[in-house]
Every structure is written in C-alpha cells, then in structure tokens.
Design a protein around this ligand. Structure first.
Ligand code: 4AD
Ligand code: MG
Length: 444
C-alpha cells in the first residue's frame, strides 16, 4: 500500500481510514501493554501519535526509522492519531552507539553544528529547511508574477565583480593536465582557462547582459567570498538573489522594488509557515516592520546620526561597521533602513556616478542583521565606465553592453542566508544554511 504523509494524516484523514505511514520516532512512552510513539516525517513540524497495543514487546528507540500500519482515530485532545496494527523498525538508533541527541534535551546551536550531517533531524533545523524551501519558492513566484525571467549565471568566472579581492582562485587538480602544462611551462593558475579563474562573488555582471535584452531578470545561486571572517554574519559560500532591470532611471524605483519584494515574500511565509517560524522564533520576534514604510536616508545623514547622535564615529571616511549598522536600525525602532547615495570610493566600479563624487547606490540595513541587500543604478556612460574598470580586467564584453543598445539599468543582490537569519531571529548565520562554510570549516 502507499504511505501517507504525516501532514496529510493530521489534516485530512478520515476517522476509521486504514493507512500506513513512515518516519522517525521523536519520543516513546511505554505503559504495561501499550506503547505511544510520536512520529515525524518532515512533512510538518507536528508529530503523529501512533498507539500500539503491545504484546510483542518491540524495542523502539528515539531516532529510529519506522513504518506503521493502522486505523485513524481521534485522540482525547481531538487530534488524529493512529491505532497501529503493527510498527516495523527499519533502522535502529541508539544513544549508546553515539547518537548525539538525547530525547527531550535542548542543545546549544554550537553543539548541534558539530553534527551537520544529523542536524536536519533536530526540530528547529527541519523547520529552517522548510522555511528555506518556502522562501526560495516565494522569491521565484514573486518575481515570476512581476515579469522577471530567471537566468543562470556562471559559477566559474574570470572577474572579481566586487573588486574587493575576496575571490577564491580555481586551479585544476588533474595530474595528466598538469603534467602536460608543466612541459609547456604554463602557470598552474592559467592551466585550464588560459587565465586566472575564480568562484563567482556575484552573478551581477553576467546578469546585466540578459537585462539588456529581457529587460527584467534575476538569478539565484551560490556566491563565494574568501573573507577571513569568523563573524556571525558571514559565510564563505552563500546564496544570493540578484535582480536587474533595464530602462530604470530612478534609485527610488529600485528601493520600491526591493521593499515590496521583501515584504511580499515575508508576508507569504508568515502566512504559510506559521508553525515553523514559531518553532524558530518562539514568538519572540517582532514582525511589525512588514506593515511599515522602510526608512530612507542618505549616507551623509546616516553618518551624521552614528557620529553625533549615537557617538559611534566612523573610523575612516566611508565604511560603516556592523556595529554602526545595528545601531542605526535600533535608532529607527527596528524598521529597515535604506542608506542611499554613497561615496564613490566606498563602492565598486559599476555603480552610477552622481553629484559630489557619490554613486546612486543603496544598502538596506535590517534589525539584528545589518546589511541585507546592496544595490545601485549601473554606470551607463561608456567613457566613465571604461575609466573606472579595474586594471587587467577581462571585461571588454561588459563595456560592449553600453555600446550596443545601451539603456539605464539598475539592480541589487540580497543575501539569502541573511534573509533567513533575519526572519527566523537567528543569532548566527551558520544555522541558516545546511552546510555552512567559513574559514577552517569545510569538513562535512
Ligand atoms: O553587497 P554585496 O557584496 O553586493 C554584490 O555582490 C552586488 N554585486 C549585488 C548586486 O547588485 N547584484 O552582496 C550582496 C548581499 C549583501 O547585502 C549580503 O546580504 C550578502 O550579499 N552577503 C553575504 N552573505 C553571507 N556571507 C557573506 N560573506 C556575504 N557577503 C555578502
Ligand atoms: Mg554590500
């Protein structure tokens, strides 16, 4: 017979229906002749109680995988449960053999992180995975509904889009290839693509090519940063949602798109993933911002507030530290803040220059996290762009966009894990992604 998902059994099964289910045991209580098991199969945060009139004395331990067959009935609390005819243990799970999570114990995220391969079995992390899934679909659906086309941009690239020198270099590890290259005196860094190649830090420049023909495009893929950071906000590998729009002349318009996207996706998640969000946030999280207008202030105004009102002067002209970012959102009572019009020297070459050596750029700062999104209008003046390209670039193709059917464009990149961290009120970004990578941590 076919197996029903537990979410279905809890929601839709009829009393008296005979069904089979599969899952993992989350708790067991034995009385003299009856065993109660709570079973979860990942389809919902909720467990299904399976009751077995137990004559066989079957050994069922927490964590083991089981299948059960029986009749749906109502528990005294009015919830669907199963009166089991039988339960079969498929794979045992024994604390004595080293299973790291004892029943009914709470563990710190740092401890759970030592077992990334078993982490999806914890209640919170399975909720995180479902919310990640829901958020992924919600971003795609929102953008599809609004006329954006999803474009795949490369992971291997010869450019460092952000120019921050935080790229991972890619070199071949193929003995035959390396031997033949050595004979020809080819540098290992140029051995495969004939020039240095990197893991992408951003799909933006490639995405812009598609914007120049399809008008509204986005990409959603991994990005890599070789930052020597142990911070709770940085990963070496993370997912970024990037959007580009052609015929875009106003930064305000880009802010509106960003704000509407974030609010739309978040409202959908609050509606659809209520239980999972509750498990992660324990209802301590404040979502009142979804109904409020985000603040907008210029870089100059923001710098003035942190320096003069918050007594946290900028260390050198330009950069906001994480501390500044968090203080600013706190100052605005936990409403997200767009900081716009940044000094040109602070930002990458592709941003559009405006008056006073500023660029038409924005960072969106959100409570507890700081920067969630970075975006800008793009420099569409051929000569200006040419003069700002980094030395030894391989970006003549990028310049061509401004030569053939040039239009004003703009876009942004949103850090997906920071978004998950934000809405789930997570302290550490490493708990928002199945396999976090950070310096010295790539074991699993
Ligand atoms: O501000 P960033 O560096 O912007 C870009 O890469 C642009 N090319 C995007 C664009 O305009 N298409 O990165 C964008 C976002 C940040 O705001 C942050 O949320 C996230 O990516 N991010 C990181 N997330 C986790 N770990 C890291 N090391 C991150 N670095 C950036
Ligand atoms: Mg940025």
């Amino acid at each position: 017979c076919s197996y029903k998902s537990i979410s279905n059994v809890l929601k839709a099964s009829q009393i008296g229906e005979e069904i089979s289910i599969q899952g993992w045991v989350k708790s067991v209580r034995k009385q003299k002749n009856v065993t109660f098991c709570d079973i979860n199969d990942g389809s919902t945060v909720k467990h299904l109680q399976v009751v077995l009139q137990d004559k066989s004395n079957i050994k069922i331990t927490v964590g083991s995988s089981v299948q059960a067959f029986g009749t749906v009935c109502k528990s005294p609390k009015g919830v669907n449960e199963i009166e089991a005819k039988n339960i079969t243990v498929i794979g045992e799970c024994d604390i004595e053999k080293g299973y790291p999570f004892a029943p009914r114990k709470q563990y710190a995220p740092e401890y759970i992180r030592e077992y990334l391969h078993l982490r999806p079995k914890t209640k919170k992390f399975s909720s995180v995975l479902r919310v990640r899934h829901g958020a992924t679909l919600a971003f795609h659906n929102y953008l599809d509904r609004n006329g954006y086309v999803c474009v795949q941009t490369p992971i291997l690239t010869s450019n460092d889009c952000e120019g921050a020198g935080e790229v991972f270099k890619v070199v071949p590890d193929n003995n035959n290839l390396l031997k033949s290259m050595a004979k020809e005196n080819v540098n290992i860094e140029d051995a495969y693509f004939d020039k240095k190649s990197f893991l992408t830090v951003s799909g933006q420049l490639h995405l812009e090519t598609a914007a120049h023909a399809l008008k509204q495009v986005y990409c959603f893929g991994p990005a890599f940063r070789a930052e020597n950071s142990q911070s709770r906000h940085h990963l070496s590998e993370f997912y970024m949602l990037e959007l580009e729009k052609a015929f875009l002349t106003s930064l305000d318009n880009l802010l509106e798109i960003t704000e509407d996207l974030i609010k739309g996706v978040t409202k959908h998640l609050l509606d659809r993933y209520t239980d999972d969000i509750y498990v992660c946030t324990e209802n301590k999280h404040n979502f009142s911002w979804v109904d409020k207008k985000f603040k907008v202030l210029t870089y100059f105004e923001a710098a003035d507030i942190v320096t003069n009102k918050l007594s946290k002067p900028l260390k050198y002209k330009g950069a906001f530290s994480k501390e500044h970012e968090l203080a600013l959102t706190e100052y605005f009572e936990n409403i997200p803040v767009f900081v716009i019009n940044w000094p040109k020297l602070e930002k990458p070459f592709y941003m559009k220059e405006i008056e006073d050596s500023n660029v038409a750029a924005f960072d969106l700062l959100v409570p507890q996290i700081g920067e969630l999104v970075g975006g800008s209008l793009r420099e569409d003046n051929y000569e200006k762009l040419q003069s700002r390209l980094p030395p030894n670039h391989y970006l003549d193709w990028y310049l061509d966009l401004r030569k053939f059917g040039n239009v004003p464009t703009g876009g942004f990149g949103l850090g997906f894990e920071r978004y998950i961290q934000f809405i789930l009120g997570m302290h550490n970004i490493k708990d928002s992604i199945p396999f976090p990578r950070w310096p010295h941590n790539c074991d699993f």
